[in-house]
Design a protein around this ligand. Structure first.
Ligand SMILES: O=C1O[C@H](COP(=O)(O)O)[C@@H](O)[C@H](O)[C@H]1O
Length: 258
């Protein structure tokens, strides 16, 4: 039997507050399904504008923080208290405000900042420790990966035209020539992103209008990094955007309901 992945589900919200609320409900649903199956919830978070969209989880009694195991979809190669660190951003806007055990958050090993290969290997090892013994899959199966969308179409640290777009083997890869500062980063690769059970993009604001319309309405012609996120047959792709970002999108908008 031929298995094809489902078309992306596209939610556009009239306000930022509604998006934050809807996203929190969606995450709780993903959490419920994961906990029902295996008692833990594996999540990869992005930096940029994404962490503040998770505000609906703060003070939300439905979130079982002790069951969450959080990794980063990408990380900038800087100390964890550096302004550019995605971990610092997530800590400042989310983790410092909720009751998540520190050991359930998985930042990069900052003793390896000088050696990108060792750093990405060590992050891949953290993923192997989490996933390899539990899933027989060739690639880890995150319950949820939350991605951002740059105005240039990048997502995680997968940038337009970069050789890492072709990485088919590694779980975690590094780059030292990021077109967006800082230069040095590590990132989950497409095989990992596309093996997740759920992948959700979150994008807001006018600056994302053109890139979002290209990705949603011209999928056959675009080769932007975000358009290459296509979960395998067991996964689903979601978009959580606001009406400012989706103003030029013709793709069918779904009514948000769980
Ligand atoms: O550099 C990065 O950019 C993307 C997109 O950021 P945004 O501010 O436009 O949402 C982000 O998803 C990624 O994690 C980050 O390292």
């Amino acid at each position: 039997m031929l298995h094809t992945s489902s078309p992306p589900i596209f939610y556009s919200f009239a306000s930022g507050a509604e998006l934050v609320k809807g996203l929190a409900e969606f995450i709780l649903e993903a959490q419920k399904e994961a906990l029902g199956k295996k008692g833990r919830f594996t999540v990869a978070l992005s930096g940029g504008s994404l962490p503040k969209q998770l505000a609906g989880l703060i003070g939300n009694a439905g979130v079982k923080w002790d069951k969450w195991h959080v990794y980063y979809a990408d990380e900038r190669v800087v100390p964890l208290d550096h302004e550019d660190s995605n971990h610092k951003l997530c800590t400042d806007v989310l983790f410092s405000k909720v009751n998540i055990p520190k050991e359930n958050i998985h930042p990069i090993d900052t003793t390896l900042l000088e050696d990108l290969e060792d750093l990405s290997d060590s992050y891949e090892k953290q993923l192997i420790d989490e996933f390899a013994s539990k899933d027989s899959a060739r690639f880890p199966v995150f319950d949820l990966i939350l991605l951002g969308l740059g105005p240039d179409g990048h997502t995680a640290s997968l940038f337009p035209g970069h050789e890492l777009l072709a990485e088919a083997d590694r779980w975690v890869a590094y780059l030292d020539d990021s077109p967006k500062p800082p230069l040095k980063r590590i990132t989950l690769t497409y095989p990992v992103i596309n093996h997740a059970s759920r992948v959700a993009f979150v994008a807001t604001g006018e600056s994302k209008q053109d890139v979002l319309a290209e990705i949603m309405d011209d999928p056959a012609r675009t080769s932007l990094p975000a358009s290459r996120v296509r979960p395998t047959s067991h996964g689903n792709l979601y978009w959580f955007v606001d009406d400012a970002a989706s103003a030029k999108v013709k793709y069918e908008k779904s009514l948000f309901k769980l």
